[in-house]
Write a protein that binds this ligand. Structure first.
Ligand code: PSU
Ligand code: MN
Length: 301
């Protein structure tokens, strides 16, 4: 059922470094036509770190791990390409649908293909207004049950970050800052909250991954929270102002469910005149590179 590209299949079989990349950020998180170029740049960055990129998406009902150029173009440019969380996968497979995969669907498919390391921008989490909407990304629940290492710039700052950190604790998902004691804030280097664990090198991350397998217990993920460099972050004052505005618009227009995250990311791009996009991309680039190095350390174990 799973279509694993020849290159990824060979790398996994030979225990060479592989990094899984999600596709929702390409199809729904970034504006066209920049999104396709970014998708290609991210794959190139993984290669520069000595690892094989495995971008994941569902095309015509078939989950793909590792896309060729034509397939990547479909994800970036096809009108009506959907957004699939892990619960959507069986429905998409049975009905022949096409969609980009979120963190939850990507992590599940990566694990199925034997790919342990995964890079994204920011995780989904608990939305503000949770007490009213009960909107919590399926990313969290899936990461509590899937043995992958996710390199991210924390969770998206459009969320209730404190509540998301509490949920991760409840769900038993390990979180470590990469060379920081502060939990990153996606567009910002610091979300305002701390983390209990700090790791300094890819080798240390790989050691934690080994220890996860040795300790046993639920097959949960490891979150490596890697901040965007301060020089490349969004101005925190601008961030606070536009986020407030965007959240208000979202509420006024009654936008709910799967549409909230893409809507808010897009609103922020417009309201910061592209500055949030640059910070988002800087964060993703850093995560992809670090994931490549972690995959290398993991392969060399
Ligand atoms: N990171 C980004 N941009 C994105 C996302 C992550 O830099 O667009 C996507 C991821 O695919 C994540 C999803 O899983 O947003 C969360 O959506 P939701 O809140 O509907 O679960
Ligand atoms: Mn949601």
């Amino acid at each position: 059922m799973l279509v694993v590209s020849d290159e990824v299949r060979r790398a996994v079989a030979e225990r060479r470094p592989v990094v899984a990349l999600e596709s929702t950020i390409i199809a729904h998180g970034l504006p066209r036509p920049r999104n396709l170029q970014v998708a290609k740049d991210l794959e190139a960055a993984v290669r520069e770190e000595g690892a094989v990129p495995a971008t994941i998406a569902v095309l015509d009902g078939r989950p793909h791990v590792g896309l060729d150029e034509t397939q990547l173009e479909r994800v970036a440019n096809e009108d009506g390409i959907r957004k699939f969380g892990h619960r959507d996968l069986p429905l998409a497979v049975a009905t022949g649908a096409s969609g980009a995969t979120t963190v939850s669907a990507t992590a599940l498919l990566a694990a199925r293909a034997g790919v342990r390391v995964f890079a994204t921008g920011g995780l989904g989490g608990v939305h503000r207004q949770w007490t009213v909407t009960q909107d919590e990304s399926a990313d969290l629940g899936l990461l509590a049950r899937t043995r992958v290492t996710v390199v991210c710039a924390g969770v998206k700052s459009i969320l209730d970050v404190a509540a998301t950190l509490e949920r991760l604790e409840t769900l038993g998902v390990a979180v470590a800052g990469y060379r920081t004691n502060r939990f990153p804030g996606f567009y910002l280097s610091d979300s305002g909250y701390g983390v209990d664990w700090r790791l300094e090198t890819p080798g240390e991350v790989a050691a934690v991954m080994r220890a996860q397998d040795a300790v046993g217990g639920p097959e949960s993920a490891l979150i490596v929270a890697n901040p965007v460099p301060t020089a490349e972050q969004l101005d925190p004052v601008l961030h606070a102002r536009v986020l407030d505005e965007a959240l208000r618009v979202c509420e006024e227009r009654g936008i709910t469910g799967q549409a909230i995250t893409p809507f808010l990311l897009d609103e922020l791009v417009r309201r910061t005149e592209g500055a949030s996009l640059e910070a988002n991309l800087a964060a993703v680039r850093g995560n992809v590179r670090l994931a490549g190095r972690i995959a290398g350390a993991w392969a060399g174990r």
